[in-house]
Design a binder for this molecule. Structure first.
Ligand code: SAH
Ligand code: SF4
Ligand code: F3S
Length: 481
């Protein structure tokens, strides 16, 4: 067995070592290009946009190896799970699917690969080695480029291959990508995270913060424009800190401006940490029409006491000051957030502070979670005297309030005309396409396939908590195409 086990202690290390940017790391032998001939792969992705985008890289690699994709687990010759470690329920979902895969493996010859953030956790690898010996190969978030070698070895050796590096990470530039969407694209601008919020596993699973070079990002956006893409989302765990590790005096504000100047119709970015959101960025967002008025600004808690324990580096008041500035300076901006309830020691008073902030900010929407202790993080060792029932009850109260404001915000759109990028057939409504407004509201629009990939003016005819319905107006006069 080849074992390269991850270590959280190693993963925690941060040095000033220069990040290696590798431009030629991805290469396939002639042999590897044929491994997947007449074979199908099934790839299941869990977790955040970063994982989604990693899966787009894996798909292109598998494609280069001649595998064909299937969405039917039963007919797959190769099954890969791209996993997420952010909360316990993410783990549980993965182990649930593994149960089905094990059954399948008893009935047919199928190769099984396990990758993503869970693969970067010591406890999980331990479990895989001892309880899931039938998994053929395991790879970490830093090892995607090496997938062809791993698959080749797994086919030949028939032994469990584990290749997970706990390195700080590199920037690999030439990994191919097979995008799921023809009109909007994810573009990584940075990898990893150095914030080490006390509850979070990401800095351990993804390595240190490392920004891509501006010219590589701009050139990717240029290629996307040539391929007809309408929208890019600049991706990173903490995009506002972009460039800080590069030593070239180039910031997120500079990058946003340069991407805006490429002329791509729509630019979004996730996720913004409030700590690094500066005035230059706000100015650039309000200056360029093609930077969308939508900001995901996680608060996590409204209690300054809990925020301190979380290591978030801002107080309730500082967050609210930033929030107000964004609302004032960016016309029509929609702001969404993430909130954790039941952090260790959260009192009813702390929770009330969170509800207060929600009452002030009236978010367009929010992702809300119950705190989930992650092995190896400081918060998992903090004393927690709040019962799960209490946490669940708080979550319900919070969700009610969040939903109320989502609906109130959406109500303001009724009878308004807004630009929508129509990206796919609606799964909910017959004869409709679905798309998003500039402010990231989901709209089902009565339209046929001719409008796919177009940004159209839509009049909103009805409004719900999670979505809206609308119809195209001024068909011959699109907002921008
Ligand atoms: N980089 C982003 C967040 C990435 S994780 C940021 O800093 O905002 C997405 C969300 O998962 C977080 O915003 C947080 O709300 C939630 N989360 C992270 N770790 C968690 C944990 N241990 N328990 C519950 N929720 C968690
Ligand atoms: Fe996790 Fe905090 Fe980094 Fe976000 S900023 S990924 S919450 S450590
Ligand atoms: Fe999950 Fe890893 Fe993303 S832990 S949320 S897939 S960075």
């Amino acid at each position: 067995m080849t074992v390269n086990i991850p270590s959280l202690t190693e993963a925690r290390k941060r040095t000033n070592n220069k990040v290696l940017i590798k431009k030629n790391a991805y290469q396939l032998t002639e042999q590897q290009k044929k491994i997947g001939l007449n074979k199908k792969y099934y790839l299941k992705t869990y977790g955040c946009q970063m994982n989604e985008h990693d899966s787009e890289n894996m798909k292109a690699i598998l494609n280069d190896m001649s595998f064909q994709e299937t969405d039917n687990l039963e007919e797959a010759d190769l099954i890969i799970l791209n996993t997420c470690a952010i909360r316990e329920n993410a783990h549980n979902k993965v182990f649930g699917l593994l149960g089905r895969v094990k059954h399948l493996k008893q009935t047919k010859d199928v190769l099984v690969g396990f990758g993503g953030c869970m693969a970067q956790e010591e406890v999980i690898i331990d479990e895989i080695i001892h309880k899931y010996k039938w998994i053929d190969f395991v790879f970490g978030t830093h090892n995607i480029v090496n997938l062809p070698n791993l698959i080749e070895k797994a086919y030949h050796n028939k032994k469990q291959e584990i290749e997970v590096f706990s390195c700080e990470g590199e920037v690999i530039e030439n990994i191919p990508v097979k995008r799921d969407n023809k009109y909007k694209a994810w573009v990584n601008i940075m990898y990893g995270c150095d914030k080490f919020c006390t509850y979070c596993i990401v800095p351990y699973t993804r390595g240190k913060q490392r920004s891509r070079l501006p010219e590589d990002i701009i050139s990717e956006v240029g290629d996307l424009i040539k391929d007809g893409y309408q929208e890019v989302t600049l991706l990173g765990q903490n995009v506002n800190a972009y460039g800080k590790d590069l030593d070239i005096n180039y910031t997120m504000a500079n990058l946003l401006e340069d991407v805006a100047k490429t002329g791509i119709n729509r630019i979004r970015f996730v996720t913004s940490h409030p700590w690094d959101f500066n005035d230059d960025m706000i100015d650039i967002i309000s200056k360029y029409d093609n930077i969308m008025p939508y900001i995901h600004l996680p608060i996590q808690s409204g209690s300054s006491r809990i925020l301190k324990l979380m290591g978030r580096r801002y107080t309730k008041e500082e967050y609210l000051t930033l929030f107000k500035k964004l609302k004032e300076k960016i016309p029509n901006v929609a702001i969404t957030t993430d909130i954790i309830v039941g952090f260790p020691g959260e009192t009813e008073k702390d929770f009330q502070d969170t509800l207060d902030v929600v009452d002030i900010c009236k978010y367009d929407s929010a992702f809300t979670f119950i705190f989930s202790p992650r092995v190896g993080t400081p918060a998992s060792k903090m004393e927690d005297n709040v019962f799960l029932e209490e946490k669940e009850e708080r979550l319900q109260r919070l969700n009610q309030l969040i939903n109320q404001y989502s609906k109130e915000n959406n109500d303001k759109y009724l009878n308004k005309i807004v630009p929508v990028l129509l990206e796919d057939y609606s799964s909910k409504k017959k004869d409709c396409l679905k798309g998003y407004t500039d402010t990231m509201k989901l709209v089902n629009v009565k339209a046929d396939s001719r409008y796919l990939g177009k940004i159209v003016n839509v009049k909103i005819t009805s409004v719900k908590t999670w979505s809206m319905d609308g119809e195209i107006v001024n068909c011959e006069n699109y907002v921008k195409n």
